[in-house]
Design a protein around this ligand. Structure first.
Ligand SMILES: [Zn+2]
Length: 628
């Protein structure tokens, strides 16, 4: 099963279309805010105006239609050129490809941040009541795209480019040291997964926090520059700008996230208690109130994996090959009634690991790309025959089929994206969840028909490693801390104290020893540096996926959500397609409500894990629950 957190950070506003799905260090494009007017001019020359039919539009609507047909054409042209160059840069890492990607990144940013576009979109939006809804959505999207580098203030943008570049360079070149010897981030993670020596674990955990002080000074500058760019676009701060993609204010977003944490809290307290007893036994320690951070495998305690041995099914994938895995994933979708992937997907994708002696180097993070916002859909993977890649292949094609579904004339290029930023990941996650259901694995011949699942173990592993603790990091610590620094102007000499206050209160986790302001532990998390005010999208995707899954299992399949099989059900496909085909043309709240009859909530998520609750209460009988 793929991890929950998946970042797309090459270009913030490409999020819907280059879905980078598998965590950690992807080198940020540093050039995305600069400008190249020559290329922009060429694109405008190539653009043509699409005639409209029906009742004659008002002069204002006509002006907007004309403007948007140019804007859409220019956007798609630059998007395609840029994606192609970025694709080359990640599938064949060379200095030449990096340079080409940088140049196209500049052209793309120049188009998006062009002052003429910003001005016209703003002008038109002052008469929004006279424009149709789709037009208003396109104009808003243009402004959101522009917000990463508004060339109405070139000086600010160039300062930000410089600071972003510097931060990426510190982040990517930072050398962690353990006992004076260099250690990579991957080695840190491996050791935290395997070491049972608490002294060693503490030293490794502390080593993983070394990058914070190096990153903090420039992060302080970036906070102001990012806020400056947001203000240039008439938002109060950078956090508010980012949550505007949901049509929400900072306070509304934080309230939604707090509600999720409140409703899941009884389950979290039970899991937390079970986990700390299990860990105390493992390390032969007295049971603590809060869990020491170095007891958990993950550097930020965001996911708690490796605690449930009985849920490992990798051995059943032995003897399968990588091609079978991706073809089986495609068959999942064709079985639901979706058409086959285009032939170009198979010709242009890069799906398998390179041989060890290969001269070519590629990025190993899984991703799916909508290269031209038309039918050129590709995926970058390194598929091996195991459970994780099986689920990841299903997840990635979720993006691919989302792209396919909204690639239709009714959806303008500017709105070929998810209904909200968390929708794309949520759909990928939904299919990964569906592909991990025991009846589905049996129907594909992976698990034997007489396989007796330890249902509690599967559910417990799912809760710990992918779902429940993750919410308290993704909806709790990360967005609250980032809202504090961007929207609430938290002074830098309180940054670390605030971070650990949230970790303690929300996650019930504490550092192995006091962490003063000489550290900046938040900055050790990649996203704080290169994908700011974005992390709640992973919480959204998690909550959203359980909601869709619940509807499909109960209302369409009439099977229990914890043990169901979507395979070959055309009704499921048709229902899903109704959501996907809309792209960004409607408000996400409306899309969700129409599909499920519900507003966004953790109701379905709590129901999914309900069978676990009784079991946990039994296990935790007589134990002190919580950490207060
Ligand atoms: Zn993804």
């Amino acid at each position: 099963m793929p991890g929950v957190e998946r970042a797309s950070r090459a270009q913030p506003k490409n999020r819907s279309s280059q879905q980078l799905c598998k965590t950690i260090s992807f080198v940020a494009m540093d050039s995305r805010f600069a400008i190249d007017k020559k290329i922009l001019g060429l694109v405008f020359l190539c653009a043509s105006v699409t005639p409209t039919f029906g009742a004659p539009p008002s002069p204002l609507q006509e002006r907007a239609d004309h403007f948007l047909s140019l804007a859409n054409a220019g956007y798609q042209a630059l998007y395609r050129v840029n994606s192609e160059a970025q694709w080359n840069a990640v599938t064949d890492v060379t200095p030449e490809h990096d340079a080409a990607a940088e140049a196209t990144g500049k052209a793309y940013a120049a188009f998006n941040g062009n002052p003429a576009i910003i001005k016209e979109a703003r002008d038109l939006l002052t008469h929004r009541s006279e424009l149709n809804e789709l037009t208003v959505r396109e104009l808003n999207q243009l402004l959101l795209n522009a917000a990463e580098g508004p060339m109405t203030n070139p000086d600010l943008v160039s300062k930000r480019v410089e600071a972003e570049t510097k931060q990426a360079s510190i982040l990517n070149s930072f050398e962690f040291k353990l006992n004076g010897k260099p250690i990579t981030a991957n080695q840190i993670d491996d050791k935290l997964r395997t070491s049972t020596n608490l002294n060693e674990r503490k030293a490794i955990w502390e080593a993983s926090k070394q990058s914070g002080p190096a990153l903090k000074p420039n992060l302080v500058k970036l906070r102001d520059l990012r806020n400056g760019v947001a203000r240039e676009m008439q938002y109060p701060d950078y956090f508010s700008l980012e949550v505007a993609s949901y049509g929400m204010t900072t306070e509304e977003m934080l309230k939604m996230l707090d509600d999720w944490m409140a409703t899941l809290r009884p389950l979290y307290l039970q899991l937390h208690t079970w986990a700390k007893y299990k860990l105390a036994e493992k390390y032969h320690q007295p049971v603590p109130k809060k869990i020491p951070a170095h007891w958990i495998n993950n550097r930020w305690s965001q996911e708690w994996d490796g605690l449930v041995e009985a849920a490992d099914i990798d051995k059943y994938f032995k003897g399968r090959n990588a091609d079978w895995i991706i073809k089986t994933a495609e068959q999942f979708y064709t079985g639901l009634g979706f058409s086959s992937l285009p032939q170009s997907f198979w010709e242009k994708s890069d799906l398998y690991p390179l041989p060890p002696d290969s001269k070519r180097k590629k990025n190993t993070h899984a991703s799916c790309w909508h290269v031209d916002l038309e039918n050129d859909i590709r995926s970058l993977q390194s598929i091996e025959p195991n459970g994780q890649w099986f689920f990841t292949a299903h997840h990635e094609l979720g993006h691919g089929y989302y792209f396919k579904a909204y690639t239709r004339p009714e959806v303008p290029y500017l709105l070929r994206l998810g209904a909200a930023p968390g929708f794309h990941e949520g759909v990928g996650e939904l299919i990964a969840l569906a592909s991990s259901q025991v009846p589905y694995l049996q129907s594909r011949g992976i698990l034997p028909n007489d396989f007796k699942a330890d249902k509690t173990a599967f559910l417990l592993d799912d809760a710990l490693a992918r779902s429940i603790p993750f919410i308290y990091f993704s909806a709790g610590v990360m967005p609250h801390w980032e809202a504090d620094i961007y929207a609430h102007n938290l002074p830098p000499n309180e940054w670390n104290a605030r971070w650990w206050k949230y970790v303690g209160e929300m996650q019930g986790v504490e550092p192995p020893s006091p962490r003063g302001e000489e550290f900046c532990d938040a900055a050790t998390k990649t996203h704080i540096n290169d994908n700011p005010a974005y992390y709640y999208n992973y919480a959204f995707a998690t909550v959203f996926k359980f909601q869709l899954h619940d509807y499909i299992a109960r209302k369409i399949l009439h099977q229990p959500p914890q043990s169901c099989n979507y395979a070959d059900n055309k009704e499921v496909g048709a229902w899903l397609n109704d959501i996907l085909k809309k792209g960004g043309t409607e408000d996400w709240r409306k899309v969700l409500k129409e599909a499920t009859g519900e507003d966004i909530s953790t109701r379905a998520m709590a129901d999914y894990f309900k069978p676990l609750m009784a079991w946990l209460e039994e296990q935790n009988k007589g134990r002190q629950i919580g950490w207060d």
